[in-house]
Design a protein around this ligand. Structure first.
Ligand code: MN
Length: 289
């Protein structure tokens, strides 16, 4: 398993300086992966980022949630086209940086909805994702659809819903992206959803119940890591946290980041890296005896 860190642990900006800082700090904290927030993939300076990666090699992945203007689960073909273009642009950025995963709420706008999606809107999103998935296949990139809580999507709140949605897309390179923070809100436990996904689980976010320090909340991490071991999960495992200490205006509003859960990025990241690796190691010892 490769262990990673979300870019917002380090900085709210994705400019060249922000990218270099995120790469340097992720490497010195012991991570294998840096997950780049690609909410605005058009703004990424790919040449500068590429130059940083030539000096400091780290695996890059990318994540995003759609905005109102780019919601592919919509009856407006204009919004669907804009969302598809954003996803394709994110694929271009990742491809240039050697990234192999584009994950997150790719399938719709990240917000609290007032009603369920219409069947026409859902069908539009699925059609768009088929086309993006085909392009991703050519670039050797996997799409991870993140299962999020009810206040961030009206479509995929459980692993079971994600599997049905992915069945409807019908593309091999579209996988389930589970996040312990969201599972802790919506799933019945931390074990069965992982087994339900099996080898269709392709990306994992590790977040505490309040998105602060791992181990300081209510998420049952031993059960979750035991489940990952049970399905022989070997994809990325990325630490995700948000605090008012590091602010990206768009993400902070989308995810309702109103509180300061930590202030020292380096202490937080070192702790998270040890926590994740120790958790995996603990479970591995079970099969040694
Ligand atoms: Mn997440």
């Amino acid at each position: 398993m490769q262990i990673g860190c979300h870019g917002l642990v380090w900085t709210g900006s994705v400019d060249p300086e922000g990218f270099e800082l995120s790469v340097t700090k992720s490497l010195t904290s012991g991570f294998d992966i840096l997950e780049l927030p690609l909410l605005d993939p058009y703004s990424v300076d790919v040449a500068s980022a590429r130059a940083v990666l030539d000096k400091q090699p780290i695996t890059v992945t990318g994540s995003l949630g759609q905005s109102r203007a780019t919601d592919i689960t919509s009856e407006s073909l204009e919004q669907v086209a804009a969302g598809e273009d954003k996803l394709n642009t994110a694929l271009d950025v990742l491809s240039a940086l050697g990234g192999r995963y584009l994950v997150g709420v790719l399938y719709g706008e990240l917000r609290k909805y007032d009603e369920p999606p219409t069947s026409a809107a859902r069908a539009n999103g699925i059609t768009a994702l088929r086309s993006v998935a085909d392009r991703a296949t050519e670039l050797d990139i996997t799409l991870g659809l993140e299962v999020v809580n009810r206040y961030e999507s009206n479509m995929i709140n459980t692993a079971a819903q994600a599997l049905r949605y992915i069945d409807d897309i019908g593309r091999e390179n579209v996988v389930v992206h589970l996040d312990s923070y969201h599972m802790n809100i919506e799933e019945s436990d931390m074990y069965r959803p992982v087994l339900l996904c099996g080898d269709r689980l392709g990306y994992v976010h590790i977040g505490e119940s309040h998105r602060g320090y791992l181990g300081s909340g209510t998420v049952n991490f031993p059960e979750f890591f035991r489940a990952l071991d049970a399905v022989s999960y070997n994809g990325p495992v990325v630490f995700e946290t948000f605090s008012t200490a590091i602010v990206n205006k768009d993400i902070s509003r989308m995810l309702a980041v109103w509180r300061n859960l930590w202030h020292d990025s380096e202490d937080l990241a070192l702790h998270a890296n040890h926590f994740i690796r120790n958790s995996i190691h603990s479970i591995e010892t079970l099969s040694m005896h």
